[in-house]
Write a protein that binds this ligand. Sequence first.
Ligand SMILES: [Fe+2]
Length: 313
Amino acid sequence: MEPILRDWQEHYSELFGRHTLRLNHRLHETGLFTDEALARLIERCPATNYNLHAMGSPDDPRMTWRRGELGDCDGAQVIEGIRAGRLWLNLRRLQDIDARYADLVARMFAEFEQRVPGLSTYKHNLGILISSPRAQVYYHADIPGQALWQIRGTKRVWLYPNSAPFLPETSIEDIVLGTTEEELPYQPWFDEHAEVFDLEPGQMLHWPLNGPHRVVNHDCLNVSVTTEHWATDIRNFYAVRYANALMRKHLGMKNPAITVQGPMLYAKAALALAHKSLMRKQKASGLPTRYDFKLDRANTGSILDIPPAIAAE
Ligand SMILES: [Fe+2]
């Protein structure tokens, strides 16, 4: 079997996770991302495993970002709707609903671990994004290790440094604690400090942990794969940020240290764990989201308002 990663060079192992890497891949040759395969996957995807969003025109400063459901469209109609509309579909945690994608994501990370000495990853997650021409995802940061693998279409990706002012400690702490979603304050001048890529089919990007990013599709349907992973250092940063957020909020500490080793790490990890399990008992999931539209089967690319309801997670 051909490796998924193409053209890997020895020195990439020193860059992985520390600096941005743009690599070549063969995901689009696996047969798991053809229109036919995606259509069948959409039809089998339970409501707990997708987010569908609709947005206004790219020129509209009040551009809204609504959440909806696929309604009674079949997979091919959903894809055609996304091609014609202003939509963004995220099929999430596909490793949980189809063994082929579970095998695939395991293979992808096995290849990285084989090439990067000392790398040991877990809690892999594979999603597929199908998004409309010119659709965009605003400036945000994600908690786990992230990579974006382009399958069809082209998107422009801006990647920003993972420290203040692009990523203030208080912002990443709030994201980790779950008090805000993943959005961050953005200033247009940030772009002067961004790495900018036009990501083509067969290319992937992996960037340093928590690196803020935003994405704008070129004028074409886009299909991309997202992967998430955890590793010891990622988990340690998570625990320290979580504990620091609590110390800042409840103890009034101004600038808690970002130390990810020694006794302080263990103390902070224990604090984070205790608080997390307490919160889990109080609340089953994170912030509830509402959906208020469905795809219009009769008008490709259009949406219909429905009575607002809480989305299944
Ligand atoms: Fe992201």
